[in-house]
Ligand binder design. Structure first.
Ligand code: NDP
Ligand code: 8X3
Length: 251
């Protein structure tokens, strides 16, 4: 694994950041992406004691930014072995008639189109080298729909479909494609969903023990350390107290 290069979107927080830290501990070369540049720089400074790190500061919604950022990678970081398509969030939790159209745009543009742009920019070299692995971070929200989850669930169902489509289209090209679908993970996710309302966000994780970002990072690590012939195609991970999106055993 030490000679491998991993590209992680959404590395400034939560699952992406935990994955970056675990990968760095294991010596992978890292390309860390996100919009919040100061966070990227701080993380890069911390992890460069362990490995070589390059940061790319772009918004996955912006097609031109995505392609030019990835094109600008120095030679040393240009052969990407592992792509973690992780950047994404929920924006709002409203019934379909009350949903905010800017929230809808954000979720579909980031979670779906952003993932597509990044993949399209990285795939040609993987195909050329007949080698690579793409891990798409889906969600239990991509496996079922919950009340008021409408568009977020749609975006994650799209990730599920894209994950399957990628695997079909890349079959025979030496590239592993798989999704990891977390249930409730205590990250900044709910803070973003509720637009900075920390009380509302904290309530989501009260009364039970949710997953931690590090739990998902470990599952990602498992997926990237399988032997060459093994591809983790689709894997769902929930905390003990979660049975479905709406059935959660709380105190
Ligand atoms: P966080 O809010 O902690 O992290 C989200 C990451 O995505 C941040 O690093 C953020 O970076 C990045 N991001 C968001 N929007 C953009 C954008 N427009 N351009 C570039 N980067 C962006 O949440 P999580 O770690 O929980 O979420 C990571 C993934 O896991 C998401 O795809 C989410 O849907 C999924 N997931 C989360 C679950 C949970 O319960 N937490 C459960 C199931 C799936 P920055 O703001 O700096 O750009
Ligand atoms: C995040 C999990 O249940 O909040 O994808 O949608 S949930």
């Amino acid at each position: 694994m030490k000679n491998k290069t991993a590209f992680i979107t959404g590395a400034t927080s939560g699952i992406g950041m935990a994955t970056a830290k675990l990968f760095a501990k294991n010596g992978l070369k890292l390309i860390l992406c996100g919009r919040r540049e100061a966070r990227l720089k701080n993380l890069a400074a911390e992890l460069s004691a362990l490995t070589e790190v390059f940061t790319l500061n772009f918004d996955v919604r912006n097609k031109n930014e995505v392609f030019s950022a990835i094109k600008s990678l120095p030679k040393k970081f240009s052969e990407i072995d592992i792509l973690i398509n992780n950047a994404g969030n929920a924006h709002g939790l409203d019934t379909i008639d009350e949903g905010n159209t800017d929230d809808w745009d954000a979720m579909l543009d980031i979670n779906v189109k952003g993932l597509l742009y990044v993949s399209k920019a990285i795939l040609p070299k993987m195909i050329e080298r007949k080698s690579g692995q793409i891990i798409n971070i889906g969600s239990t929200a991509g496996k079922e729909v919950y009340p008021k989850g409408n568009v977020y669930c749609a975006s994650k169902h799209a990730v599920d479909a894209i994950n399957q489509g990628m695997r079909l289209d890349l079959n025979g090209k030496g590239i592993k494609v798989g999704a990891i679908n977390p249930g409730l993970v205590a990250t900044e996710f709910s803070e973003v969903r509720f637009k900075g309302d920390t009380q509302k966000a904290e309530n989501v994780y009260q009364g039970y023990t949710p997953l931690k970002a590090e739990d998902i990072a470990e599952v990602i690590w498992f997926a990237v350390t399988r032997p060459p012939h093994v591809n983790i195609a689709d894997l769902t991970v929930m905390c003990l107290d979660q049975a479905s999106s709406t059935i959660i055993n709380k105190d």
